[in-house]
Ligand binder design. Sequence first.
Ligand code: DGL
Length: 248
Amino acid sequence: MIGIFDSGSGGLSVLSALRKKAPKADVVYFGDIGNAPYGSKSPNELAAFVARGMQELAARGATEIIAACNSISFSILAGAAGHDRLIEMTRPAARMMRKYAGERVLLLATQATVDSGIYREALWSIVAFDELPVPNLATAIEEGKSKEAIAQIVRDALETRKGNSYDKILLGCTHYPLVRDIIEKEVRALLGSAPLLDPADAVAEEGVQRFDCAGGGMLKFVISKDSHEFRNRITPFFLETPSTLEVI
Ligand code: DGL
């Protein structure tokens, strides 16, 4: 069974991509809402969350892991998961970026991801790289804040790059595709038209190639704090496949 791990709802963007390619894969999904947001946490805290998340997933039958959270990629690549059947976000994302070699790319991500330097290191030699933390955006999305509140957070961050132009905007947080339309509109207004790139497809593709995707299409959701927004977001999955939700 495949385990998917995120601080909350962000990994659902990766789960959706995986289900399009592998609808029969059995998946257990752990959203660590009780410890969210991850993007403002220290590397030590994140390593501890990773270790605990891996235990929760293993206890429920996960043998292969997709770490659907960029903020923990640094810890994952440093070995915090203690797992070798594992895919994280940034390597597939970096491979995806090879086809845009030489282009001007702006990464939008959490503070933890930007501070880790993980994308900078992977991409500086491939593209003309710039990066921008978007404080509080993942939390606003997780908590289901209004469109206007979310647009304001994106606008405040993008203002710092006004006058720059980019060929592509890389979404380096799995929560961001959940508000793709809002980000797209703010980018267009402040930076001109630059397509948004979501690594979820590249990650799902690697999952299909490396992991066992044969099963009954069952989904087990596990969250560390109850959340009305999370329950709403997973409703469509419950309509299409046998699913359970456990709050721990
Ligand atoms: N979705 C996560 C990421 O990709 C973490 C967001 C957060 O909890 O701050 O970085």
